[in-house]
Write a protein that binds this ligand. Structure first.
Ligand SMILES: Cc1cc2nc3c(=O)[nH]c(=O)nc-3n(C[C@H](O)[C@H](O)[C@H](O)COP(=O)(O)OP(=O)(O)OC[C@H]3O[C@@H](n4cnc5c(N)ncnc54)[C@H](O)[C@@H]3O)c2cc1C
Ligand SMILES: NC(=O)c1ccc[n+]([C@@H]2O[C@H](COP(=O)([O-])OP(=O)(O)OC[C@H]3O[C@@H](n4cnc5c(N)ncnc54)[C@H](OP(=O)(O)O)[C@@H]3O)[C@@H](O)[C@H]2O)c1
Length: 511
């Protein structure tokens, strides 16, 4: 059999890019004549992505808004090392591919600043070394543009275009482009976007916010509580970041007054910490002042508003159009850039999800609300140009195993071992999934409705979907203790969300 080598560009060497590079590079099946030659582009100087802790410039400062990293100093994982293992590289026992003894790792490991031994970054470095991935990674190289070149008259349902990938040297791990560096453009058969999804901060808009006279910061730049010393702080958001950072500032930050924590009444949040005051939603900022009015009618002055309100999807190197749809179900009115021209469009949300609008000049549509990247099938494969895949869109999930399943599925599609449905069928199935997901999330009154937010059950379904697609090729990442921890996680996912510290204490006591 003559082997056909397909050249693949993987963008990013975080936990998604690494597992993707390994699975594609090692792909070798008797059922296919295709193998992959991978070039992994990494803007930073080392592997690990989010798990590389980026300290602030000075002891009390904030991180840099332009950096990719969002990990703060005291952070330990909120998933166990069992849940954070790739199936072929356990983070809980020794393995032939590593000199580290992961038995010594804590159940909830940390990052380098806290411990030199038990850090997720080390696990990822060991992984890259152990599976010989380093030689495939081009460090300090940022991808600045990916161009889709359709192949005239192609009838291949998968390889229907080529990709021109333009990169430039980057000296720092920052998503700000640097001018003056030379550009290099290379051809690839396929592209995988693994550039992460936790670095473009999302700040909701409130009347008067633009004229707020205090400081506005996002949890993306939070590193230590010291910066908040002597300040009157309003903290917004009740995800993992919002909860933990609010508690840390209240306990160790020495703020001037109790930290006000703005939480939607749907969460029924309570606290026994006298240094935290739970308040409801913000109604407005009194223009030109530091005063915030809440829906309850209460009004208070703050020196700083800290938004822990999550992140938006962002792929600056792909041709995308961003849509802001304030009220799903209503008509939208947007300016989009298409083929270099500004076009004004009005239409319903369903019109927005139109495959005909997708072309090399607009590869993805990204809407902020509902939060969605379109058109991707199974949260991974581009419906029109299947040699473009995106890893890591799903959230509220166990990231490492999920990245692995996505990579295995992708390798099966690209090797011809798994056939994709037609674009029409894919769109239909995504629409069905969307309707069901949006109904559940709307019922739960989630602030951000998103097709990519998978709860524990949906994650289990997703695993089964990929297992079916790949003829059971995804390895069950859970065996023995790992499996029992995962099952526990499904049962306790809610408990983890409500009170992570209690959840961790519970897990540790049974460990
Ligand atoms: C505060 C916080 C805490 C978290 N805690 C946990 C936890 O406890 N457990 C857990 O499992 N997950 C946790 N996560 C989720 C975490 O993001 C994932 O575990 C995982 O690190 C995501 O990996 P990734 O490869 O998708 O992205 P990243 O880790 O962000 O890696 C993306 C990589 O792409 C590179 N890159 C970006 N753009 C380009 C470009 N144009 N060209 C070249 N390279 C580029 C970046 O330099 C980076 O190295 C947490 C996330 C946050 C924000
Ligand atoms: N290892 C750790 O301990 C740790 C620590 C921090 C983060 N993380 C991980 O990092 C990822 C990101 O977490 P995150 O907490 O930064 O983001 P997130 O999970 O997206 O949470 C964002 C929060 O912002 C709230 N929000 C959104 N729009 C709002 C608005 N208009 N007004 C008020 N609140 C609004 C949401 O409210 P609703 O809930 O009402 O929708 C949600 O609670 C997650 O995977 C998380 O598990 C892990």
């Amino acid at each position: 059999m003559t082997i056909l080598k397909k050249r693949v560009a993987v963008i990013g060497a975080g936990s998604a890019g690494l597992v993707c590079t390994k699975i594609l590079s090692d792909f070798n099946s008797t059922e296919s004549d295709i193998q992959f030659e991978v070039v992994c582009f990494e803007a930073g100087s080392q592997v690990g992505g989010q798990w590389i802790y980026l300290p602030p410039d000075d002891k009390e400062g904030l991180g840099n808004i332009k950096d990719y990293g969002s990990i703060y100093e005291s952070l330990t994982t909120n998933l166990t090392k069992y849940q954070m293992s790739y199936s072929h590289f356990p983070m809980f026992q020794s393995s032939e591919h590593s000199t580290s003894n992961y038995q010594d790792f804590s159940l909830f490991p940390s990052h380098a600043q806290i411990s030199n031994v038990e850090k997720v970054e080390k696990y990822l470095q060991d992984y890259a070394k152990g599976f010989d991935l380093l030689s495939k990674i081009r460090f300090n190289t940022r991808v600045v543009e990916v161009q889709c070149q359709t192949i005239e008259g192609s009838t291949d349902p998968v390889y229907n275009c080529n990709w021109a990938v333009t990169s430039r040297p980057s000296r720092e791990q920052s998503h700000e482009e640097k001018d003056g560096h030379e550009l290099l453009t290379e051809q690839f058969d396929a592209v995988v976007a693994c550039s992460g999804r936790y670095w473009l901060e999302y700040i909701p808009s409130f009347p008067g916010l633009e004229e707020y006279q205090g400081e506005i910061v996002h949890s993306h730049v939070y590193r230590r509580p010291d910066w908040f010393k002597g300040k009157r702080v309003l903290s917004v958001g009740y995800g993992a970041s919002g909860k933990q950072i609010t508690e840390e500032i209240a306990k160790r930050g020495n703020p001037k007054t109790p930290v006000y924590h703005s939480v939607s009444p749907n969460h029924h949040a309570t606290t026994d910490d006298p240094n935290i005051k739970i308040v409801g939603d913000i109604s407005e900022i009194i223009p030109g002042t530091k005063s915030v009015r809440f829906r309850s009618g209460e009004e208070e002055e703050f020196d700083v508003i800290l938004f822990s309100t999550g992140y938006d999807y962002y792929f600056p190197y792909l041709k995308t159009s961003n849509w802001d749809i304030p009220n799903p179900g209503t008509n939208v009115s947007v300016e989009i850039v298409e083929k270099g021209k500004n076009i004004h469009r009005e239409g319903s949300l369903d019109e927005w999800r139109n495959l005909d609008d997708i072309s090399p000049s607009c590869l993805l549509k990204i809407s902020h609300s509902p939060r969605e990247v379109f058109p991707v099938y199974g949260h991974t494969v581009h419906m029109k140009y299947p040699t473009l895949c995106v890893l890591g869109l799903p959230y509220q999930i166990n990231p490492f195993p999920l990245f692995e399943w996505q990579a295995v599925w992708m390798s099966h599609i690209w090797s011809g071992m798994t056939q994709l449905p037609t674009a029409e069928e894919m769109q239909k199935s995504v629409s069905l999934f969307r309707k069901e997901t949006e109904a559940v999330q709307t019922e739960r009154k989630s602030r951000i409705v998103s097709i990519h937010a998978l709860d524990a059950q949906k994650q289990k379904d997703y695993y089964q979907f990929i297992q079916k697609q790949t003829g059971d090729a995804v390895q069950r990442p859970w065996s023995g203790k790992q499996r029992s921890h995962y099952k526990k996680e499904i049962v306790q996912a809610k408990a983890r969300h409500v009170d992570v510290e209690n959840y961790k204490a519970d897990q540790l006591s049974s460990y």
